[in-house]
Design a protein around this ligand. Structure first.
Ligand code: ACO
Length: 325
């Protein structure tokens, strides 16, 4: 299927920046520990921004840069694990804020794989010849799911949003090449957040709402360094390609060490694995589109380049999509 093209990219991050030194005044940690273990130097943290306000700003930029009207949009999908509400969906809020009255809107939650999973969903809908114009956004305010007293998780995450305008018009140079998605639900408890409480009078026991991240960092690390190269290799094989054919690997930014290990396993140079985790931390579903937007803006990624997007995280999930940009 050739008519899959990313027309525009855009991003929006909160203005408030919290660096490692500031965190070191709040808990027993240090810039040295965080930098060495993760590559993170600072993260953007929502003050007044919400997941839907960041996503709305991304959508508005996509429209402004493309010259389309809100009513030209047929589909809005937001990938998020930190929505404003369970309902309405973040994407419905964005649709309302934009006045994109013709668009249907729904969220998907595949945590840090959300952007790649979202691309698959949007692609399948485009394939059916509808819609013509879709907006896919990864948007997160993970700061509300972080226990700011827990140094083992709070130093890792950040807030932000970014997305793409995709179309299936026939005048395209960009195209879909191949994909590989996998879910390992049996490992899901290694990374949880936002456990919903039960207060029903009929429930055997009441449970309280527990917003905070709980993570077995070692297990998630091991999962990522094994499953991401495997996923990328399966997607490459499907396309009869090798790592040499890929111009740029746009990986989920969870930990710089994870990315270095993946590059090593694949036998590809780190120069093909751009990293911006120092600036944003782990922004889950937003991390790949934030990086993609940066790379398009600074012309590291140009029209016609082969790029491999790969996400991994909560679920546990992993997903790779190879496209010609
Ligand atoms: N500052 C200082 N010391 C710390 C901190 C901190 N912020 N956090 C932990 N430590 C201490 C620990 O208590 C431990 O001390 P001890 O040896 O006295 O017990 C020591 O540092 C080492 O801790 P480890 O957990 O062994 O550190 P590790 O090198 O494994 O790094 C990390 C931890 C960064 C979390 C790593 O395991 C990792 O990146 N895992 C993958 C996480 C990930 O990718 N998550 C993605 C989820 S994405 C999504 O879906 C939301």
């Amino acid at each position: 299927f050739e008519d899959f093209k990313i027309i525009q990219t855009a991003s929006s991050v909160p203005r408030r920046v919290v660096d490692n030194d500031e965190l070191s005044t709040m808990m027993t940690t240090s810039d040295e520990w965080i930098t060495q273990r993760t590559g993170i130097k600072r993260r953007h943290v929502a003050v007044q921004e919400t997941t839907s306000s960041l996503a709305t700003e991304v959508a508005a930029k996509l429209l402004a840069n493309s010259g389309l009207k809100p009513t030209d949009i047929d589909l809005i999908v937001v990938a998020t694990m930190s929505p404003d509400y369970l309902t309405p969906s973040t994407s419905a809020l964005v649709q309302g804020n934009l006045g994109a009255d013709q668009a249907i809107a729904f969220d998907i939650d595949a945590a840090c794989s959300g952007f790649v999973y979202g691309l698959k969903v949007v692609r399948q809908m485009l394939k059916a010849d509808w819609p013509m114009h879709a907006i896919l956004i990864g948007a997160e305010t993970l700061s509300k799911l972080v226990d700011w007293h827990d140094r083992t998780t709070s130093v890792l995450f950040g807030d932000g949003a970014a997305g793409v305008l995709i179309a299936n018009q026939p005048d395209h140079t960009g195209s879909f090449i191949s994909e590989d998605l996998k879910t390992l639900g049996k490992l899901g408890k290694y990374l949880t957040a936002g456990q919903v409480g039960v207060k029903s009078p009929f429930a055997a026991a009441e449970t309280t709402y527990s917003p905070f991240f709980k993570m077995n960092g070692h297990r998630v690390y091991g999962f990522a360094v094994k499953n991401v190269p495997e996923s990328i290799n399966r997607a490459l094989k499907q396309a009869n390609m090798t790592v040499e054919d890929v111009d740029c690997f746009v990986l989920h930014q969870a930990n710089k060490r994870i990315i270095e290990k993946i590059a090593d396993t694949l036998g590809a140079p780190m120069s093909k694995f751009p990293v911006n985790i120092h600036e944003y931390g782990n922004t889950s579903a937003a991390s790949e589109p934030i990086l993609l937007d940066e790379l398009v803006a600074n012309q590291t990624i140009k029209r016609g380049d082969v790029i491999a997007l790969s996400g991994f995280g909560g679920g546990l999930t992993v997903g790779t999509m190879i496209i010609r940009y």
